[in-house]
Design a protein around this ligand. Structure first.
Ligand SMILES: *Cc1c(COP(=O)(O)O)cnc(C)c1O
Length: 691
């Protein structure tokens, strides 16, 4: 179970946005101050619909880019159905408020203005999606001009009206629709912004975005007041500074680390759909009960009554919907329940800083995030690294690289493993850099037909991947192949962590062979591009090599040097406590036998969670800050710890299996493995919590 940071804030704001729309239609502050009401409903509340559009763009358009436009069809079909249903729902009110227009007028309502006053959102969403899906990543180029055109028919129509030819053009437009806040001019921009917001991670913290948003809102306020002061507006829905405010609001929400609440999105949608009926109901109810003076004529109580009724109806509808789909009404994300990993972002930042100090002048880090960032979560780790200025990443497979791209990582991504022709289209589409593993592989890469980006691997003694170090011609031919973009040269050290003199000599020979090859290529007039050699051990024991990059993995996560801080803590809970008398046994194979009165804690983690089975009888855990030996055999889902000396251990207590105070090196040694294996084998059902 993963918790992706960022979406929780968006989920929550949807409810607020729905309230703003209701405010827009009820003018809650009108009695108190017409100016305050204007500011709330005609200026600030204008963020609500763009916010909904940006959320849609954020989740839908990256999919259109990756899986093709057709992947949007199921969503569009649902929106159409919803629009049709809502049209029927409001047909009685529409008929009551006046006769239906003719066929052309009907068409104009259905496509642009909406079949009821708030329903314009649905055709605007569909039309906007159609426009932005044409080129999801480049849509801003044409959506910004469209928005500006829309502005001249909305808040700035006063300027337009003063210029006769322009005026004539807009008069023509307004025969096709009543407002420019529609699927042609308003929604494409916010959908395209949403796409960009979803594809790229926030680069600053929430405090920055909060301050910037405050500034943007002040700007919006100023603009709105000026527009109204000069009487420019035909309608006041679109403002010049609205996209900026929306962008910063969205970023702020993305930086809030709140658990997801998708059911709030459903609630907000139903609320949006239903609130005009609630307005009618409140008015009707007030008239019947003779309370019009209180519930209708007082704007604030009117608004509150509408919100209460809409909220109640929406909550009921959500309950009914979730019952029908068999899901609990409010699946609040359970957190830290059974077995989980806590990832400490500050420790990662610290490690980046420590490792950067080991780089030569101008050298950069390439963050190795293969195997789900050694169990830490590839995307969250890569996002954090990106926010710290890292712009190069390494993964093991094309699929791992694609996950990073889909998550909005824009830096270079090198695939360290051997790739195969069926993966080349994905590698090309996601702009990944492939490793050329040898001459045969190089031929496959070149035959792909499109210019793949490549780094050449040199085998300097590990005998794994790479051109043989002596094969200067093979390397030169690769670099000169016009069908490829060969941008780097690298090797891997296989004894850099060895302390013996023989290891050091071997490593020195590897380095010598590598840098000689780079020099010889240069002598042939070939630029070998980016050079990189050092993984964690290489960087820590052989710092300062003249390389473009160092490629640490393990060290990023805090293993291998006392100056580094462990990033990951693996925790579980006590499931039960058992008292054993001397001679009694516990666990599979009765592997544990009590020698004295013994208290055992049953832990909610097993080898399927990544707790090595070989730790049984050898490892320890931390409970109440004290060590408790792991006894008996580790089961698939549970393990036993001897807590005899530790007072007051109760079911539900937290136990630490790995982390500060219990370093990965120690646990790996006890299990007969290395930290890399230990971390990369954490189970997929272990929840990740990001601190
Ligand atoms: C995994 C890997 C790394 C990172 O290794 P660490 O020891 O975790 O730093 C670097 N380079 C290559 C080629 C790798 O396969």
């Amino acid at each position: 179970m993963r918790r992706e940071g960022g979406s929780g804030g968006l989920d929550r704001f949807r409810v607020l946005a729905a309230l703003l729309v209701a405010a827009n239609h009820t003018s809650p502050l009108l009695d108190l101050s017409p100016l305050a009401d204007h500011i709330l409903t005609q200026i600030l509340a204008r963020l609500a619909v763009p916010f909904f559009l940006a959320v849609s763009g954020c989740f839908l358009l990256p999919r259109a880019e990756e899986q093709g436009r057709r992947s949007l069809l199921p969503f569009c079909r649902r929106v159409l159905l919803l629009y049709a249903g809502a049209t029927l729902l409001y047909l009685p009110l529409r008929l009551y408020s006046g006769a239906l227009p003719g066929p052309l007028g009907l068409l104009r309502d259905v496509v642009f203005d909406g079949t009821f006053y708030h329903l314009w959102y649905f055709p605007a969403l569909l039309l906007g999606l159609a426009l932005t899906a044409l080129a999801p990543r480049r849509a801003l180029w044409y959506c910004v001009p469209l928005y500006l055109l829309g502005l001249l028919g909305d808040s700035y129509f006063g300027l337009t009206a003063a210029l006769p030819p322009l005026r004539a053009f807009y008069d023509l437009l307004f025969r096709c629709f009543d407002q420019t806040r529609n699927g042609l001019f308003l929604s494409p921009l916010f959908l395209a912004l949403g796409e960009r917001l979803g594809r790229t991670p926030p680069r600053r913290g929430s405090r920055f975005y909060a301050a910037a948003l405050a500034g943007a809102l002040a700007l919006l306020l100023g603009e709105g007041l000026l527009v109204s002061f000069f009487g420019l507006a035909r309608y006041s829905t679109m403002y010049l500074s609205l996209p900026l405010a929306l962008w910063l609001l969205f970023r702020l929400l993305q930086t809030l680390d709140l658990p997801r609440r998708p059911e709030l999105g459903t609630f907000a949608l139903v609320f949006y759909l239903i609130h005009p009926w609630a307005i009618v109901a409140v008015r009707g109810g007030a008239r019947l009960t003779g309370t019009t003076a209180f519930f209708v004529e007082q704007s604030l109580t009117h608004f509150l009554a509408v919100v209460l009724l809409s909220g109640l109806l929406s909550a009921l509808a959500c309950r009914a919907l979730s019952r029908r789909s068999g899901q609990p009404a409010a699946p609040a994300a359970p957190s830290r329940v059974r077995c989980w990993v806590e990832v400490d972002g500050a420790a990662l930042q610290h490690n980046l800083a420590v490792l950067r100090r080991r780089l030569p002048e101008g050298g950069k880090l390439m963050a190795v995030v293969k195997a789900d960032a050694y169990g830490h979560g590839a995307l969250p780790v890569a996002r954090l690294c990106a926010a710290e200025g890292i712009d190069a990443f390494a993964v093991a497979t094309v699929a791992e690289g694609a996950v990073l791209r889909r998550g909005g990582i824009t830096g270079d991504i090198l695939v360290l493993g051997r790739s195969f022709p069926p993966e080349f289209p994905d590698a090309f589409r996601h702009d990944l850099i492939l490793t050329a593993a040898d001459a045969l592989h190089a031929r496959e890469l070149a035959a792909f037909g499109r210019p793949l980006r490549v780094h050449a691997a040199v085998d300097t003694g590990m005998a794994r991947l790479g051109f043989p170090a002596g094969d200067l011609e093979g390397l030169a031919a690769l670099f000169r192949d016009p069908r490829l973009r060969v941008e780097g040269l690298f090797t891997h050290l296989c004894a850099a962590d060895g302390p013996s003199e023989a290891d050091t000599a071997f490593t020195r020979a590897q380095l010598q062979a590598f840098f000689t090859r780079a020099r010889e290529l240069r002598a042939l007039g070939i630029d070998p591009g980016a050079l990189h050699v050092q993984a964690s051990a290489g960087l820590l024991r052989y710092p300062g090599l003249p390389c473009t990059y160092a490629r640490p993995g393990l060290a990023l996560y805090g293993v291998g040097d006392g100056a580094l801080r462990p990033v990951l803590t693996l925790k579980c809970r006590v499931a039960a406590v058992r008292d054993l008398s001397p001679g009694e046994t516990a666990g599979y194979g009765r592997a544990f036998r009590a020698e004295r009165p013994t208290r055992l804690a049953v832990l909610t983690a097993g080898y399927a969670d990544g707790l090595p089975r070989s730790l049984g009888g050898r490892g320890r855990v931390l409970l109440h800050g004290q060590s408790a030996p792991l006894v008996g055999r580790v089961c698939m889902d549970q393990a036993l710890a001897d807590v005899t000396g530790i007072p007051d251990v109760c079911p539900g207590d937290e136990a630490t299996l790995l982390g500060p105070g219990l370093p990965a090196e120690e646990v790996a040694r006890a299990a007969g493995t290395i930290p890399n294996e230990l971390l990369s084998r954490l189970g997929s059902r272990v929840e990740r919590v990001y601190l």
